[in-house]
Design a protein around this ligand. Structure first.
Ligand SMILES: *[C@@H]1O[C@H](CO)[C@@H](O)[C@H](O)[C@H]1NC(C)=O
Ligand SMILES: *[C@@H]1O[C@H](CO)[C@@H](O)[C@H](O)[C@H]1NC(C)=O
Length: 317
């Protein structure tokens, strides 16, 4: 008897699905129904099928200490499309990423014409009011230097892939994304792995940063918040780390924080080796709703164990 109702039940289900599809398109509303699985950031722009023609919407979707990124849009905004994957730090050519990020005054929103790999020959300094928007192309910033945010503010880095970043020239360091004295920065939906130094380093008075929706994997020292024990100004540092995926094969610093305050929430930890979240120099960490999947092949230290082990952070971790 139970089997005999299968066909009509299926039909009904199919009809329901068709009618819900139809009613959505009849509404002719660009926002799709559902999408309840998306987090608050993605829900804000991603359900809109026309997102590619409403790219600026992204600026209103940030959360956490970066706040809304509305300074990056509005009057005077210049659009710039990267068409050339080349890099010449001495004389940046129009069409390259370096030209767009360094040579255009005021607000600039940078997109990419097609998939490309960009090997930076020296760290790329990003100006204030710059948005890097990798949506619609697969863009790798790879096997060369990374991005440097040096005393800037109002920067969005979205939808890029970083791997194999290294110190490309003497005296620079091998971070994928390095912040020095910068504020109001939003790092969202990037994939970062296998760099030489840190993947995201927030240092020397940087604050009001949100690191969200990124995937970090195959890396040792993932994210450093506060570089110096002696840099007391970092007591004012506030960083939100939310909706990220860490692992597999990440060892430590997810993040490691000195002095300041980190809100670390809703992240997925797919294993760790040394520790997941750690801190020193009296930091404050609010760790909330994170999912830790203990590694099967290592000793299972809980995220807080490092502190109980008595380290005051003077070591290298
Ligand atoms: C883990 O990541 C490191 C880079 O930190 C890499 O060298 C190594 O090959 C990775 N291991 C595996 C098993 O993929
Ligand atoms: C941290 O520990 C090291 C080594 O145990 C010690 O020399 C140093 O004085 C300690 N620093 C603080 C701030 O407690």
């Amino acid at each position: 008897m139970a089997n005999s109702i299968t066909v009509p039940a299926l039909l009904t289900l199919v009809l329901c699905l068709i009618s819900s599809t139809v009613s959505t398109s009849v509404d002719n509303h660009p926002i799709r129904r559902g999408g309840g699985h998306m987090n608050v950031i993605d829900r804000c722009w991603r359900r809109n099928r026309l997102w590619a023609s409403r790219r600026q919407r992204l600026a209103s979707c940030s959360a956490g200490f970066a706040g809304k990124m509305r300074n990056n849009i509005g009057p005077g905004l210049r659009w710039y499309v990267v068409t050339n994957p080349g890099d010449d730090p001495a004389q940046p050519r129009p069409g390259t990423l370096r030209y767009g990020a360094t040579m255009i005054p005021g607000k600039v929103w940078i997109t990419f014409a097609h998939d490309m790999q960009i090997t930076l020959r020296s760290p790329l300094p990003i100006k204030s009011y710059t948005t890097l928007d990798g949506r619609g192309a697969v863009v790798h910033i790879a096997r060369g230097a990374g991005l440097l945010l040096n005393n800037v503010h109002d920067v969005i880095i979205h939808g890029l892939h970083f791997y194999g970043n290294r110190a490309a020239t003497a005296g620079t360091d091998g971070d994928a994304i390095r912040l020095v004295g910068s504020r109001k920065v939003w790092i969202d939906h990037n994939t970062l792995y296998a760099g030489e130094d840190g993947l995201v380093d927030v240092t020397r008075g940087s604050t009001d940063i949100t690191v969200s929706n990124n995937w970090f994997h195959d890396h040792n020292k993932v994210m450093l918040l506060g570089h110096d024990d002696g840099f007391l100004e970092d007591r004012n540092m506030r960083v939100t780390v939310v909706f990220n995926r860490f692992g597999p094969n990440c060892s430590q610093r997810m993040p490691r924080i000195r002095h300041g305050y980190a809100h670390v929430a809703n992240n997925l930890y797919d294993g760790w080796v040394k520790y997941a979240i750690g801190g020193s120099m009296n930091p404050k960490v609010k760790s909330e709703a994170n999912l830790f999947i203990a590694p099967s092949n290592h000793k299972k230290r809980s995220p807080g164990e490092r502190r109980r082990m008595g380290s005051n952070g003077s070591g290298s971790r």
